[in-house]
Design a protein around this ligand. Structure first.
Ligand code: XMP
Ligand code: MG
Length: 202
């Protein structure tokens, strides 16, 4: 498996160097990863997923809603046929900001048993979300569970979680776009941008 592309020491692109919707321009302080870089890296991850799951009971699970674009773009490039797929909701903020234990909700929990589950997640931060998802999937009698994570923040993790497939290692900033939101905004932004939550809406 390839290591994530480490962008922690790369300066963000200037927002003015990319096409940015007018309403977003003043909220974003930079572009960390361009849409083209995301596309190229997702294609490589898809090759690795294909190779790894060729003779297994592949069952990708999209972590709603942030990973929706990554999930679809990844599976478009994965060269496997005849597999099922699922979704899961995991929210760390159900007990208010800062809660470590995410609420996990599978609409079809019975589908997991005996499957080689690939959790498809947008971003790994402290690791609480992925750790809870792994525990939940294991409790549903999956045959195996691994994760594909597009972005990883490079800071110290609480729980030890190690995604089998990881796209980019990024600095510890709040990022939006390519499915990631801040208050349901910016999911449609094509690149991965940086927002300063204090500035939004000013
Ligand atoms: P943990 O700390 O549990 O956090 O690994 C992972 C979850 O937190 C959300 N998250 C973000 N969402 N921009 C976002 O839009 C970010 O910079 C960010 N950092 C963490 C995300 O939902 C992920 O599932
Ligand atoms: Mg998420």
């Amino acid at each position: 498996m390839s290591s994530p592309i480490d962008l922690r020491d790369r300066d963000p692109y200037d927002v003015g160097q990319f096409e940015v919707p007018d309403g977003y321009r003043e909220d974003l302080s930079g572009v960390l990863v361009s849409a083209g870089e995301i596309r190229s890296r997702v294609a490589r991850l898809a090759e690795e997923v294909t190779e790894s799951y060729r003779d297994r009971e592949f069952y990708p699970v999209c972590v709603l809603k942030g990973a929706m674009r990554f999930h679809v773009d990844l599976l478009r490039e994965v060269d496997l046929q005849g597999y099922g797929e699922g979704v899961v909701r995991a929210s760390r903020y159900h007990e208010g900001p800062g809660s470590d234990t995410p609420a996990v909700n599978f609409p079809q929990p019975d589908a997991i048993a005996g499957k080689d589950v690939l959790v498809v997640e947008d971003i790994l931060d402290e690791g609480h979300t992925l750790a809870a998802l792994f525990e939940h999937v294991e409790s549903l009698d999956a045959r195996s569970v691994e994760a594909a994570v597009l972005f990883e923040k490079g800071k110290d993790r609480g729980p030890a979680v190690d995604p089998a497939f990881a796209g980019f290692r990024i600095p510890d900033e709040f990022v939006v776009g390519y499915g990631l939101d801040y208050g349901e905004r910016y999911r449609d932004f094509r690149h991965l941008g940086v927002v300063d939550p204090d500035d939004v809406g000013d």
